[in-house]
Design a protein. Structure first.
Length: 278
């Protein structure tokens, strides 16, 4: 595995790969890697060359968020990438990616980007798109791999690629969970053992909602109410539970293969996000 921090150096390597008519699969991450990230890297092996990036992007953190505190564990991450079969690990420096004070920026769509996560983390999706657009231009991937765990991000990134005619295919990958069902996240490590046990109510709630849907209950209000009840019984603070279509518009009734339940709860002041793609 080659580790590259310099943008020009990566561009040269990418030119060489393209010159050899090899395909590139790209997995952008913020590090603190876990099996969720590894699943994207494994899927990216369908390309000739796998490029993964680790960059804790300051632009997608708002004021008072955990940018400084975000877990950084470079040695372990390098090891994970090597074992997962990454060919090039790209770890750019912020000052090389963002060179101008008066920078060219990109804005997330005004509705999709400002609801749900976008309402709680103002400017978050602008920051996500700003870094991804730069990374896509540098790595020039044929395919880029994203987790369904960050559903809103995935849908917004897909829109950017479509709308800006970027020559990359976005591949959505299933949510990876631990043996107890909790969706893996770099932020799970902030939980105490007690918090972790409480967090297991999240997948249990989603399972319950799934069961209700399979039993023929499609009304969003009823399903939302059921989820709220379960969280309230366990004294879990709910940030939001939304039931939407793939355009992130709230819907009154679930439609199979077209609906999404997005939820965020707070446990021990850690925001835990999970989704159900129906
Ligand atoms: P992050 O490092 O949190 O920015 O995540 C990098 C990529 O990994 C994003 O596309 C995430 O959606 C994806 N990801 C994070 N956690 C999981 C998970 N548990 N299962 C699948 N993909 C995930």
């Amino acid at each position: 595995m080659q580790i590259v921090t310099d943008i020009k150096e990566l561009q040269n390597k990418v030119s060489q790969i393209k010159h050899n008519h090899q395909s590139i699969g790209f997995v952008p991450t913020m590090g603190a890697l876990h099996k969720g990230h590894v699943s994207l890297i494994m899927k990216a092996q369908e390309n000739d060359c796998v490029i993964a990036s680790i960059f804790v992007n300051p632009k997608q953190f708002g004021e008072g968020e955990d940018f400084e505190k975000y877990p950084r564990m470079i040695e372990a991450d390098i090891d994970i990438c090597k074992k997962a079969g990454v060919h090039i690990l790209f770890m750019p420096k912020a000052e090389q990616l963002y060179t101008q004070d008066d920078a060219i920026t990109i804005l997330a769509p005004s509705i999709k980007g400002s609801i749900l996560e976008g309402a709680r983390r103002v400017g978050h999706f602008n920051g996500v798109l700003e870094v991804l657009l730069r990374l896509f231009h540098i790595a020039q991937p044929n395919k880029a791999y994203f987790g369904k765990k960050d559903a809103q991000q995935l849908l917004i990134v897909k829109q950017m690629v479509e709308e800006l005619f970027l020559p990359v295919e976005i591949v959505s990958c299933p949510i990876v969970r631990d043996s107890n069902g909790l969706a893996l996240s770099s932020r799970n490590r902030y939980l105490t053992q007690e918090g972790y046990h409480k967090a297991l109510i999240i997948p249990k709630t989603l399972e319950e909602i799934s069961k209700q849907i399979m039993g023929g209950e499609y009304r969003s209000a009823i399903l939302q109410q059921k989820a709220l009840e379960i969280f309230s019984t366990h004294n879990i603070e709910v940030d939001y539970i939304a039931i939407t279509n793939y355009n992130l518009e709230e819907i009154k009734e679930i439609k199979k293969s077209q609906s999404l339940i997005l939820l965020v709860v707070r446990i021990e002041s850690v925001r835990l996000l999970d989704n159900l793609w129906i």
